[in-house]
Design a protein around this ligand. Structure first.
Ligand SMILES: [Zn+2]
Length: 113
């Protein structure tokens, strides 16, 4: 279960930003989550809600934005979409691929008051 440490990491970033930008409350957090990142969304929402209790982000809406997976296929010499880990290239059916995108977890935007 890494959703708890993820939530703590997010809170750290938010609190740091609250000091720097001088806002007192977070209304919503828009989070980019790659489809290959193995994050359990329900667990993440639950953990986020509990770690933010009593902080600037208490009660903030967590909006999770899916980011598609992408890999470079050495055989097709092209970027191909990837919907899950270990999947074959949709162009050639091969596995000689290098992951390019879809693993990230990143705060894209904060809606603050
Ligand atoms: Zn291919």
């Amino acid at each position: 279960m890494h959703e708890l440490s993820l939530s703590n990491g997010m809170l750290e970033i938010i609190e740091k930003r609250a000091v720097e930008d001088g806002f007192g409350r977070v209304l919503a957090v828009r989070l980019e989550v790659g489809v290959l990142s193995c994050v359990e969304r329900a667990a993440l929402s639950f953990c986020f809600e509990s770690v933010t209790r009593g902080t600037v982000a208490e009660g903030a809406r967590l909006e999770i934005l899916d980011v598609a997976g992408e890999a470079w296929c050495w055989d097709c010499e092209a970027v191909v979409p990837l919907t899950r880990r270990g999947e074959a290239c949709e162009g050639c059916g091969g596995y000689r691929m290098k992951l390019r995108d879809g693993e990230q977890i990143r705060i894209k935007e904060l809606e603050v008051a």
